[in-house]
Structure formats: C-alpha cells, structure tokens
Design a protein around this ligand. Structure first.
Ligand code: 6PG
Length: 475
C-alpha cells in the first residue's frame, strides 16, 4: 500500500511548484505527468525535497502510491482535459477517494463535476488557487469549494501550503460545488480591473504628463508605500523600471500593446449579467483587453480620426496631477471591489451558497494576485455587515467622499483630451448612479409602457399604472 499523503497530476509550471510546496511543508506526495520525461526531470531537479516526492510513470502506479482514502490534485488545463483525467482516474479509485481540481475551472463545470461525484463518483473538490508561479511555490491563496467534510479531510495540507497573513492561512472553504471556483473567477475579474485601472493612470502619466517609464516607476514605487500598497502596484513599478536587454531603453516601451487573456475575466462579466449584478469596472476592463487585441482597427482608427494628444497642452495638464491620480486610483479601486463583493453577495443568494464575504476578503490579503493593504480594511468593513455594499461601510464611504473629486477630475481631463479611461470612468458612473436618488429610469418606464403596456409605478404610490399614451401606444 502506498504511503504518500496526497497525489498530484500535471507537472506544468503551476503543478510542479505546488508539488514542491507540498513536499516542503512535510507531506509526501506522489506525482504523475502525461509525459514521463517531465516527471523524471521534475524529480531529478527537486533537490532535497526529492525524498518526499514519489515519481510515478502510470496512473495505476500513482494511485497505488497514495495512502487511502486518497486525495489527488489535478493541475491540468481547465476544460475537457479535466474531464478526461477524471474519466481515466475514476475506474482506478476506491470509494472515498477524492479528486481535487486546482486549476482555473469554470465554476459551472465544477458544479457539474461535483454533482456527478454526489451520484456515486469519486469525491470531488474544486479549489481556486491564486498567486501565479511564485504563489504556488511559496504560498498561494486558496478558495475551496465542494462538500465541507471533503474539504476538512485535506484542509490541514491546503492551509499548510497557503500564504499566511499575520499567521492566518489564506485558505478557506467558500461553499459547496463550484463556490470556490466562482470566488476565484471574481478574484480574476477584479485582477483584470485592478490591472486596467493601473494601466489607465499609467497612460495619463505617459501620454498626459509626458513622463518617462523610469519616472512612472518611481511614482508607482511611492504609491506602493501608501494606501495603494499592493502586489499589482509593486510589480507595475518593476515593469516600468525594467530595461530592455536588447535595445537598452525601457522594456515597457518595447512591449506590444495587445493584452492576452485566458477568459476568466470574461466568465465573471457574463455571470454578473446573469445575476443582474453590476460589475461595470470589471466589464470595462474585459472590454478594454478585447479592444487592445484589435490592433489593426486601432491603427486604422488613429489614421482616420487622428491620435489623442501625446501630451496635454499646457494648462490642461494642470488638472492632472500625480497626487490626484493616486486618489483617483484609490477611489476606482474601492468602487471596483464594492461591485465585486456585491456580485458575490448576489451569487450567494441566487445559488444558495453560504459565501463568507469577510473571509473572502481575508483569503485575498496574501498570496493572491490582487493582495493589497486595502483588503484587510475591507474584511473589517464586511464583518457583521456582509450584505451592505462596501461603498456604504463608514470607513469606505469616508474614503469615497475624500477621493471621488479626484476621480472626477482625472476622468474629465483625460476625456477632454482623448485619453481613454474606460474602467475608471465606469467606476465614476457607478458612483454617480449609486448616489442619485431620482434617476432617469422613469423615462425608461414611460417608454416601456408606451410601446409594450408594461405598466409603471407612480411616485404617489399607485402601482401598475398605465400612461395616457392613447392612440400613440403600440402595445
Ligand atoms: C492568479 C491568476 C491566474 C491567471 C493568470 C492569467 O490568480 O494566479 O489569476 O490564475 O490565470 O493571471 O490570466 P489571464 O491570462 O486571463 O490574464
């Protein structure tokens, strides 16, 4: 009988790093990869951790090397490959054995796989793992989904390998079925938005203020010492500071402006629409990535309509300041997270998942890509009031009051000068809509009643009223 505590399939970068992390934390781990040469090379390169790693060359050998009831982590590309691996493993497993999908699965797939498990397949956990290569090796943030009893069986391993925030492991069970992968998807949507908003203020500095990459790097470095302290601001300063090993100039200036994506941000935007949960900042960020990919069209557009000014005319730039941009970014970030957490709250209701909002903010405090100082304050603000929109939590309402003027200023000056700020603008519009007691939807209701007799409620209380549209009404 095998003795390894856990198994892992898929020794790509993330799988290999996770396996080393598990071995380093003192757990014996059996590993298998489709290509045996990869398994051998991985084991040979594992140094002193090799003694905790059991390399196997067949799935049968992998299964035999693990202590029952077994737990086997899948670290393979999301999608059909996961189903293939489950199908190959299932006949080899015994009752009580468990498969853990630690990839970036679509949470609907995880729900489907969890439902199959409930009908008698192997136990199944879908866990969202964030932190990239470095996180996987030294401490990711882990968002668990599936049956709590199954999570509890492996929680000691997952907590041991997770990032720690002031001694608290960033690994939490989020709810049944696809709940963990759902929370990971929202994390990724926020990741897209955080990155886009940073790119927008970078654009304001580069194109609006005419700053060089090194100067922008210094600004991000300084911001990272303040309220914006975060992994993404930190790496942005490093990206802006790096030199091109070929030409010697700033590396950033040589990178093609066409952003890639694997699709998780898009899943979040789609799901938000289905949940009727406005995450306009994330949606704008997803759209911005898609627009960035249309390089040919953008080039044609510039030829046809002319480029936005490369540098704002003197006088205009006065409205754009480094300190103002910092405040604008703080404001946009709060609004984006308010939307993201509200979406999680909407999903909790719609799917009947006990999604623990304050805990979600806590597991995002370390290890993951969106980790930031602000998340600790968000965890505090969400504690005891998880259903309240974060923008109404007193601590964040105060911050919004102090910063929304700067966001307005940045977006206005940028807009007047043709510098696109889609995500920050979306945040500002959300803020303005959320503080408008008398909106313009009365016009929408009038239109709906006019053409479709859909009815409307009156301000004086009468419900399902119809307008006096008379012979003009089509419906
Ligand atoms: C993480 C990241 C990661 C994601 C990459 C690439 O939390 O570690 O979210 O899971 O896959 O960042 O994402 P895109 O290719 O979609 O940008």
């Amino acid at each position: 009988m095998g003795q390894a505590e856990i198994g892992l399939i898929g020794l790509g970068t993330m799988g290999a790093m996770l396996a080393l992390n598990i071995a380093e934390k003192g757990f014996d781990i059996a590993v298998w990869n489709r290509t045996t040469a990869t398994t051998r090379a991985f084991h040979a390169g594992a140094g002193e951790l090799a003694e905790r790693i059991v390399p196997t060359e067949t799935l049968e050998a992998l299964v035999a090397a693990i202590k029952p009831p077994r737990a086997i982590i899948l670290m393979v590309p999301a999608g059909p490959v996961v189903d293939d691996e489950i199908a190959k493993l299932t006949p080899l497993l015994s009752p009580g054995d468990m498969i853990i999908d630690a990839g970036n699965a679509n949470f609907h797939d995880t729900d489907r796989r969890a439902a199959a498990a409930a009908k008698g397949g192997p136990r199944f956990l879908g866990i969202g793992v964030s932190g990239g290569e470095e996180g996987a090796r030294h401490g990711p943030s882990i968002m668990g989904g599936g049956e709590k009893a199954d999570w509890d069986r492996v929680a000691h391993i997952l907590r041991a390998i997770a990032a720690q925030y002031e001694g608290v492991p960033c690994a939490t069970h989020m709810g049944p079925g696809g709940a963990g992968h759902f929370v990971k998807a929202v994390h990724n949507g926020i990741e897209y938005a955080d990155m886009q908003m940073i790119a927008e203020v970078y654009g304001a500095m580069r194109d609006g203020l005419g700053m060089a990459a090194e100067e922008i790097a210094a600004v991000f470095r300084r911001w990272n010492e303040g309220p914006l302290h975060s992994y993404l601001v930190e790496i942005s300063s490093e990206v802006a500071a790096a030199r091109d090993p070929i030409g010697g100039g700033p590396m950033l200036d040589m990178i093609l402006d066409r952003a890639g994506q694997k699709g998780t941000g898009r899943w979040t935007a789609i799901e938000a629409q289905l949940l009727a949960a406005p995450i306009t900042v994330i949606e704008a960020a997803v759209a911005a990535r898609n627009l960035s990919a249309r390089l040919d069209e953008r080039q044609a557009g510039e030829a046809l309509f002319g480029a936005a000014p490369q540098r704002l005319p003197a006088g205009m730039a006065g409205g754009l300041t480094i300190d103002g941009l910092e405040q604008a970014l703080i404001c946009g970030k709060i609004l984006c997270y308010a939307q993201g957490f509200a979406m999680i709250g909407a999903a909790a209701k719609a799917f009947d998942w006990p999604l623990p909002l304050p805990e979600i903010a806590r597991v995002w405090r370390a290890g993951c890509i969106i980790r930031s100082a602000m998340l600790n304050d968000m965890a505090t603000a969400l504690t005891g009031a998880p259903e309240r929109n974060l923008m109404f939590a007193p601590a964040f309402a105060e911050k919004l009051k102090a910063t929304h003027g700067a966001l307005r200023q940045a977006v206005s000056v940028a807009t007047l000068n043709g510098l696109p700020m889609p995500a920050l603008s979306a945040g500002l519009a959300y803020f303005d809509m959320m503080r408008t007691a008398r909106s313009t939807a009365n016009m929408i209701q009038g239109q709906r009643d006019f053409f479709g007799a859909h009815g409307f409620d009156r301000l004086d209380g009468a419900n399902s009223h119809h307008g006096p549209w008379g012979s003009h009404a089509a419906g």
